[in-house]
Design a protein around this ligand. Structure first.
Ligand SMILES: *[C@@H]1O[C@H](CO)[C@@H](O)[C@H](O)[C@H]1NC(C)=O
Ligand SMILES: *[C@@H]1O[C@H](CO)[C@@H](O)[C@H](O)[C@H]1NC(C)=O
Ligand SMILES: *[C@@H]1O[C@H](CO)[C@@H](O)[C@H](O)[C@H]1NC(C)=O
Ligand SMILES: *[C@@H]1O[C@H](CO)[C@@H](O)[C@H](O)[C@H]1NC(C)=O
Ligand SMILES: *[C@@H]1O[C@H](CO)[C@@H](O)[C@H](O)[C@H]1NC(C)=O
Ligand SMILES: *[C@@H]1O[C@H](CO)[C@@H](O)[C@H](O)[C@H]1NC(C)=O
Ligand SMILES: *[C@@H]1O[C@H](CO)[C@@H](O)[C@H](O)[C@H]1NC(C)=O
Ligand SMILES: *[C@@H]1O[C@H](CO)[C@@H](O)[C@H](O)[C@H]1NC(C)=O
Ligand SMILES: *[C@@H]1O[C@H](CO)[C@@H](O)[C@H](O)[C@H]1NC(C)=O
Ligand SMILES: *[C@@H]1O[C@H](CO)[C@@H](O)[C@H](O)[C@H]1NC(C)=O
Ligand SMILES: *[C@@H]1O[C@H](CO)[C@@H](O)[C@H](O)[C@H]1NC(C)=O
Length: 672
């Protein structure tokens, strides 16, 4: 898993990632979460088949694996096979990838990754897999350069699909109660978590079951892919040979402006290191950065649609994924089916120098003040540690804001020492703490834990702060055997995409002067997200030194007449993709879009609203859109009070509530 630190991307979303100088949060906007379901307890394979055949064919026992079909199927462009916990696409230099892939098929269903049973389908006939969806792993080869017919290099996209109807088991069962068992659904919800650099295959593991339930009552399959350069897609673009090298580098480049003794010296240092990092990308990967722009990612998505055999694409695209979606929809207007863009950015902004950064800052501070602090006081001391009165008077918002500012400023002046079992000495630094706060604003489920941590830190106890921050500090895991080291993370890909998309924006003539002014402006406007977003865009100064021009960027308008309108969802307190940008996009798209203004907290519509869910489901399932341009929807519950009426608050008071566990779940949920 990647480690997180400061949120970055807009989408940053998700998937958030460390673009180089920053450890960025992937900008993912993930919805809900789904358990990864490997290795379910089940009958032994032979035992299962005996029972199954006894029931179906009257007692004759067949000891063979033929009840399920063989994988991959000859006519399947994705080469799907049931995932095991070890399925990875064949390497690019494999001379016979089809054969290697077929050999990696494991015929034992006990090793496959099955989903949860849906409530309506109970276990039948002693079959432990009846009514369960299945995770299918595959790959799709696409051109490296769509604009050059004589280029024969390819990209091998890793693809994972959650098939809701599971797998058919031979002709008999297939004709039984559930005629659709084991087949592709009528539409497939294509998902993209954002970043740039977020892993779509990881997103499927984390969230596919919850997404299909939310958007289609578990009727449609869900497919995600690792975009070009990312994770298990090949080639994967990592510019450091080992994660340990990146960690070491990051100690110097990740310093926030407020703790730079000299911002000019720090900027010059980071700039030289960014130059060296892009040079390393060039040395290790040659011209590949020319082929990772959003326009090419959009073309990949169109290839995925064609390979699915669906005339129009159905999708749920989040955060920077909404930038892919806007670009794709306007390049391929006749392919647009039912597409939701949630946590909406305005992709035109990314053509501007630094635009990915400075257009994203509007509401992070509002989310901190009105949301994290304000809702804390609304919920009261039983649910939020920071609401505990220190004298006889209840805590006021103004007082709490001042207290927190004092705490954060004092840490900027002097980091707090800590200790953790996994790393020994540890430090609570300003940069790591503020990065963690930015990440927390993505997901209000984390707020009670963050409030507890800040409360204890304020009281002089750094134990919880250390436990929260330490997992986000390093990508290198020293406890893994070495060699062989795991493949390095593909963190640099995010900046390469951002910089490719803005490659032709004129650079200021005054060297670093303009950038210093931008850094100061961004951190002044948004102390929580300004540094992180600045670090996403600052490397762009060096892109054209190594790659004079990407093979393609999309520079057209965003108002093409689409086959059907898309549904935008934008959130009032989104810390990464402000509502303002969703409205600007709506204005350009006109009748080709509708907007749900989601009144709630967090990045993308994580803060559950039954109203938003009804609109989204009617659209995905039935193609029904609101008549009005804008539909307001309100979150069902308040942060700190999620589910309080459903669960017994005494469970928490009895000590079962573990802030470290809540924080870890939060990091997993935002994809870091
Ligand atoms: C699947 O089942 C497990 C165990 O009951 C549960 O923890 C998890 O939340 C379920 N996942 C989904 C997506 O329903
Ligand atoms: C995969 O599953 C097997 C057992 O099915 C287990 O031995 C192995 O450790 C697992 N590998 C990983 C990477 O989880
Ligand atoms: C097209 O690809 C070929 C083969 O890699 C290469 O020699 C040529 O320079 C490319 N043309 C352009 C315009 O990039
Ligand atoms: C792909 O991403 C997942 C989740 O982020 C991570 O566990 C895995 O190590 C990554 N794989 C590679 C090859 O980077
Ligand atoms: C980047 O570094 C190279 C040396 O590797 C140098 O020639 C070039 O001038 C540097 N670019 C900038 C903009 O500083
Ligand atoms: C978000 O920022 C905009 C400025 O672009 C501001 O007008 C709006 O009030 C902010 N929203 C909230 C909920 O504070
Ligand atoms: C510091 O906080 C930790 C974690 O919340 C707690 O277990 C420990 O008892 C606290 N230490 C002191 C001295 O209060
Ligand atoms: C920073 O803000 C100042 C004052 O608003 C403005 O004059 C300047 O152009 C801004 N600099 C950048 C790089 O945006
Ligand atoms: C899109 O907007 C441009 C102006 O930016 C306008 O010239 C063009 O006619 C519009 N296209 C459509 C299809 O509305
Ligand atoms: C879809 O349309 C059908 C028939 O009009 C209706 O019964 C159903 O409630 C709709 N579903 C949703 C989710 O809106
Ligand atoms: C819990 O239920 C009570 C009584 O129905 C209601 O007044 C209160 O608003 C609910 N609290 C939350 C947080 O939903």
């Amino acid at each position: 898993m990647e480690k997180l630190s400061t949120p970055t991307s807009q989408t940053p979303g998700p998937q958030p990632r460390r673009l180089f100088s920053s450890k960025a949060l992937a900008v993912l906007g993930l919805v809900g979460s789904a358990a990864l379901y490997h290795h379910l307890p089940s009958l032994s394979y032979e035992g299962f088949h005996e029972q199954y055949y006894n029931a179906l064919v009257g007692g004759t026992v067949h000891h063979c694996h033929s009840a399920y079909s063989r994988f991959p199927r000859a006519d399947d462009p994705f080469h799907f096979i049931p995932c095991t916990n070890a399925t990875l696409p064949p390497a690019l230099d494999d001379a016979d990838p089809g054969r290697s892939w077929a050999r990696s098929f494991d015929p034992n269903p006990d090793h496959w990754s099955w989903g949860n049973a849906t409530a309506k389908q109970d276990v039948q006939d002693g079959d432990p897999y009846a009514g369960r969806g299945i995770y299918l792993c595959g790959y799709l080869d696409v051109p490296l350069d769509y604009t050059n017919k004589s280029e024969d290099r390819i990209v091998r996209l890793a693809v994972t699909k959650y098939q809701v109807s599971g797998l058919a088991r031979g002709p008999v069962l297939n004709n039984a109660a559930s005629p659709s068992a084991g087949s592709k659904s009528e539409r497939t919800i294509v998902i993209e978590p954002g970043g740039p650099g977020g892993s779509g295959t990881s997103y499927v593991w984390r969230a596919a079951e919850a997404i299909t339930q939310r958007l289609s009552d578990s009727k449609f399959d869900v497919l995600g892919w690792d975009p070009r350069g990312v994770n298990t897609t090949s080639p994967a673009i990592a510019c450091f040979p080992y994660d340990a090298d990146r960690d070491r580098w990051f100690m110097l480049t990740g310093q926030y402006r407020e703790v730079s003794g000299s911002p000019d010296a720090q900027l010059a240092l980071t700039d030289a290191m960014n130059n060296a990092t892009f040079r390393a990308c060039y040395e290790r990967h040659g011209d590949l950065a020319r082929f990772v722009s959003t326009a090419f990612v959009a073309r990949d998505m169109e290839e995925i649609r064609k390979s699915l055999g669906e005339d129009e694409l159905t999708g749920y695209l989040v955060s920077y994924g909404t930038g892919i979606g806007q670009t794709w929809a306007n390049m391929f207007p006749s392919s647009v089916g039912r597409v939701i863009l949630d946590g909406t950015e305005y992709v035109r902004d990314h053509r501007l120098l630094g635009g990915f950064g400075w257009t994203a800052l509007d509401n992070a501070t509002d989310a901190w003040r009105d949301g994290f602090l304000g809702e804390c006081l609304n919920a009261g001391p039983k649910y939020c540690a920071l609401a505990r009165p220190r004298g006889s008077e209840p805590v006021s918002l103004q007082e709490l804001e001042i207290r927190m500012e004092k705490l954060v400023v004092s840490i900027s002046q002097r980091p707090v020492p800590g200790y953790s079992v996994s790393s020994g000495p540890s430090l609570v630094t300003y940069s790591a703490l503020v990065g963690a706060i930015y990440g927390a604003l993505y997901n209000a489920n984390s707020w009670p834990a963050l409030a507890q941590m800040l409360y204890e830190l304020e009281a002089g106890n750094s134990t919880l702060a250390t436990a929260f921050l330490e997992p986000s500090e390093w990508e290198y895991d020293p406890t893994l055997p070495s060699p062989p080291s795991p493949k390095p993370s593909t963190d640099e890909l995010g900046s390469l995409v951002i910089c490719a998309d803005s490659y032709d924006a004129p650079l200021p003539p005054d060297g670093l002067v303009w950038w210093q002014s931008l850094w100061a402006n961004m951190t002044t406007q948004a102390w929580i997200s300004g540094n992180s977003r600045f670090f996403n865009v600052f490397p762009c100064r060096h892109f054209t030194t190594y790659w004079p021009a990407p093979a393609e960027v999309y520079r057209g308008d965003l108002n093409h007449t689409l086959r059907s309108p898309v549904l935008l969802i934008a959130e009032t307190y989104d810390p990464a993709t402000p509502l303002r940008n969703g409205r600007r996009l709506l204005e350009e798209m006109g009748g080709n879009a509708r907007l749900v203004v989601h009144h709630g907290y967090g990045h993308s519509s994580r803060d559950k609203s039954s109203c938003t869910d009804v609109v989204a489901k009617a659209y995905i399932l039935n193609g029904t859109l609101p008549e009005e341009e804008e539909t307001p929807c309100f979150a069902d519950e308040k942060p700190y009070l999620y589910g309080v009426n459903a669960t017994d608050a005494r469970v928490r008071d009895a000590g079962a509530w573990d802030p470290v566990r809540v924080w870890r779940e939060h990091l997993r949920e935002i994809g870091s």
